[in-house]
Design a protein around this ligand. Structure first.
Ligand code: FUB
Length: 311
């Protein structure tokens, strides 16, 4: 066969078999994947490029959130902007700091949690927007959640119906949420069994077979790698159990969620595939995640192949 044709065909087959990154129409990061009904929904951050007068050049620049959905993990529909810094009454409309979000369903409503800088004061608050469909429209609450100051909110509903909110602010914090899903029902607890040295953020908790897994990015060496800890209770004590994904050279951050869909577990995370020279313009990826018989998790090797449910 002609060598040029051979080259062309092999390039085509690499392209056809590569599923990562999964979002290709914009930069996307900090993915929370959730199963609602028979679809998987993705709630990522949305990186854009700062320009003079719009955000801080060379830093994260994020003004809104899009929601995506898929039923085969290959084709993703973009449902458009659901919350933006100009649509929330309390956020700084020129803050460009809409960092990692989460979303959860309760009694037919969808609660979208996001961190952002407020119009006044410093640092991050955590807000909620509520919808009756996962793809919105979402109505933002008029004020941020009282006593929850930090980034990277994560929400979890236990089998007994109790909801919990987690977030990062140097350390990890957790608190019970009231039935209304917008007010804390207990004082925030410092989750103290995590590494003291090196930045940690992005807490994401899930439960499997009575074990609570807290996953998180942590800078143990040079850049963030994904680690996890295990517990028998949602607010700990946790025991650090290992590394979920090693550092991926080229991007200082990583950020994860873990979800089971049609009897298969997946890790969603990000890398700067479409912006190799600037690691604050990231793209979401997904790879398979496997448990060992003792409940520990096998390290996930990041791939460009990714995942996909083929007929
Ligand atoms: O996307 C902005 C921040 O970078 C997130 O909140 C962190 O988890 C890190 O991914």
């Amino acid at each position: 066969m002609h060598s040029g044709l051979l080259l062309g065909l092999s390039a085509l087959s690499i392209q056809a078999s590569a599923q990562n990154p999964i979002i290709r129409n914009q930069f996307s990061a900090d993915p929370t994947a959730r199963v609602f009904g028979n679809k998987i929904y993705l709630f990522p951050s949305h990186d854009i490029l700062a320009t003079p007068g719009k955000g801080r050049v060379g830093w994260f620049c994020m003004e809104d959130y899009h929601v995506f959905s898929s039923s085969n993990l290959i084709d993703w529909d973009d449902h458009g902007t659901v919350v933006s810094q100009t649509s929330v009454p309390w956020t700084d409309p020129a803050g460009y700091s809409m960092w990692a979000p989460d979303c959860i369903a309760r009694k037919g409503k969808y609660y979208f949690y996001f961190p952002a800088g407020a119009k006044t004061g410093r640092g991050f608050n955590i807000g909620v927007a509520v919808a009756s469909k996962p793809e919105g429209p979402y109505a933002p609450e008029p004020a941020p959640i009282k006593d929850a100051r930090g980034i990277d909110p994560n929400v979890f509903i236990d089998r007994d119906g109790q909801a919990y909110l987690y977030w990062a602010g140097g350390n990890f914090y957790g608190a019970k949420l009231k039935e209304n899903m917008v007010d804390l029902d207990s004082k925030p607890v410092l989750l103290k069994e995590f590494p003291e040295k090196g930045l940690k953020e992005g807490p994401f908790l899930f439960e499997r077979n009575g074990t609570y897994y807290m996953t998180y990015p942590h800078v143990a060496n040079t850049t963030e790698r994904l680690e996890y800890a295990m517990s028998k209770s949602p607010l700990g004590p946790f025991k650090v159990a290992g590394v979920l994904m090693d550092e991926i050279p080229g991007c200082w951050t990583n950020h994860q969620s873990v979800v089971q869909y049609r009897n298969q577990w997946y890790l969603f995370y990000h890398h700067n595939d479409y912006s190799p020279d600037f690691d604050k313009a990231r793209s979401v990826r997904a790879d398979y995640l496997t448990f060992n018989a003792d409940g520990t998790i096998q390290k996930v090797i990041p791939t460009l192949r990714g995942v996909g449910i083929m007929p």
